[in-house]
Write a protein that binds this ligand. Structure first.
Ligand code: FES
Ligand code: FES
Length: 172
């Protein structure tokens, strides 16, 4: 069954008709030509398809597009454009700290990091948060835990950790 939906992608309204079985990832990549989110596992295991969906990080390979009619989606490309000519601070930090090798996982890592930093600002605890009553402190263990859904087959984790640590305002 085909259903018309509208997605707002990186600030642009996109009308598309999708089969109800179409994932949000396939709608973005195959139907709208938005290739920033990557298909890695297609099973919710690797995080390479992560975008910001209505401000929250979200896996698009596990989402059915038809359920997100009207959603506001920001991809890693949209983060850069939102800042006009400048890269988003998280993107710049990934560059500065060599937080990638092949770059395939990077758009998902960047979106996840941006979403994760917002979650911390809002006081959401993680599995690594010791004191649930206090404001979460973004220790390295917290960053690793909160980013554990984003895998990097090149093993650029040291640079990714450095980039996120810097962007969060910590220097050590
Ligand atoms: Fe979505 Fe791997 S492609 S989690
Ligand atoms: Fe290659 Fe992460 S940079 S998979």
């Amino acid at each position: 069954m085909d259903v018309p939906i509208t997605l707002r992608v990186d600030g642009r309204d996109c009308d598309v008709t999708v089969d109800t079985r179409t994932t949000l990832l396939d709608a973005l990549r195959e139907r709208l030509g938005v290739t920033s989110p990557k298909k890695g596992c297609d099973h919710g295991q690797c995080g390479s398809c992560t975008v910001l969906l209505d401000g929250r990080r979200h896996l698009t390979c596990l989402a059915l597009a038809v359920a997100y009619d009207g959603a506001d989606i920001t991809t890693a490309s949209g983060l850069a454009e939102a800042d006009q000519d400048a890269l988003h601070p998280v993107q710049q930090a990934f560059l500065d700290h060599d937080g990638y090798q092949c770059g395939y996982c990077t758009p998902g890592q960047v979106c996840s990091a941006v979403g994760m930093l917002e979650e911390v600002k809002e006081g959401h605890p993680s599995q690594a948060t010791a004191d649930l009553e206090a404001e979460p402190e973004l220790t390295d263990d917290e960053i690793r835990e909160r980013m554990s859904g984003n895998l990097c087959r090149c093993g650029a984790y040291v640079g990714i950790l450095d980039a996120i640590r810097e962007t969060s305002g910590r220097t050590s």
